[in-house]
Design a protein around this ligand. Structure first.
Ligand SMILES: [Zn+2]
Length: 300
């Protein structure tokens, strides 16, 4: 038994169904990611194993602890077979608009709440790794989601959520984009977002809102220009329109508490739109290595 890393490349469902034809092929895939860098027993740190009882599980030769391919991954204690979990992850990662829990429940004959919970895990895995900071020219703006937009700032936001967006401009258009729900439009709230997503040397462009001004201390190239109702930020404007359109469309059941999950999902796909072929593998890899977070919101 070697450590051959199995890797699915592409977006074609026929090819996908051929590779993942039974639960075993899914277990094999998880195991190959999980032990890609080698095996160490979780209980006694021994480095040698033999074949375990379950498909692709590994059994420590010293203490006999049998670790399954799903243990410690987001697939652990999944309510349905991997043969269903894999296609769900495939559809959500490779379909341009993803799939709502309602659509998933119809296609895979599962309860909507079950799909909703699994999709929540997937959205957790789709969070930005914060490894790549936007550089060059970066446009930043905030906007409301979930209500009328007459008052952009100031007054109570009610049920609406304020979202901060950074969009990287590249030679022929737009590069990466990041969005995060924020509590208010103050410099203190902006700071952690800037720190996570924007390189200090970037040519940041914002409108003239006073909340951005103190950031010039750390972002010396930050420039504030008049918004002219968004005319000065056409790409940001288009991005926000598309994002809102998507949220309104198949995701109109979107729970406000889960908005960040949807923002993460949208930008996971958006930031990989030129690397569609490796999208599924990237997602599965993250689902194997990320710890699932506790579900504390109710389904809608
Ligand atoms: Zn052991």
């Amino acid at each position: 038994m070697g450590n051959k890393r199995v890797k699915f490349v592409g977006v074609n469902s026929i090819k996908f169904n051929r590779q993942f034809k039974d639960d075993d092929s899914c277990y094999e895939y998880l195991a190959s990611i999980k032990w890609d860098t080698g095996y160490t027993c979780k209980k006694c740190s021994c480095g040698k194993y033999c074949k375990g009882k379950r498909p692709y599980s590994r059994r420590c030769i010293r203490c006999c602890y049998d670790e399954s391919a799903t243990a410690g991954t987001m697939f652990d204690k999944c309510r349905f077979p991997l043969l269903i979990a894999f296609p769900i992850a495939f559809k959500i990662s490779t379909k341009k608009k993803g799939m709502s829990s309602l659509e998933l429940s119809k296609e895979f004959e599962l309860r909507q709440k079950t799909c909703w919970e699994f999709k929540w895990k997937i959205q957790q895995a789709m969070q930005s790794s914060k490894q790549y900071k936007s550089g060059g020219e970066v446009h930043v703006d905030e906007f409301f989601i979930g209500g009328p937009e007459e008052q952009k700032r100031g007054r109570s936001k009610g049920k609406k959520k304020l979202v901060l967006l950074a969009l990287e401009k590249v030679k022929d258009g737009v590069g990466r984009a990041y969005a995060q729900i924020i509590e208010d439009a103050s410099a203190d709230t902006f700071k952690p977002f800037f720190k996570s997503y924007i390189d200090k040397e970037a040519n940041v462009v914002t409108d003239e809102w006073k909340g951005y001004t103190p950031l010039k201390n750390e972002y010396s190239k930050l420039k504030q220009i008049p918004s002219k109702e968004g005319d000065n930020f056409p790409d940001l404007h288009i991005h926000i329109m598309n994002l809102k359109g998507w949220l309104r469309g198949i995701h109109h059941h979107c729970n406000e508490d889960r908005l960040q999950g949807y923002l993460d999902e949208y930008h996971f796909r958006y930031n990989r739109r030129n690397a569609m072929d490796s999208m599924f593998d990237t997602l599965i890899k993250r689902m194997v290595t990320y710890e699932p977070k506790r579900l504390n919101q109710s389904a809608t």
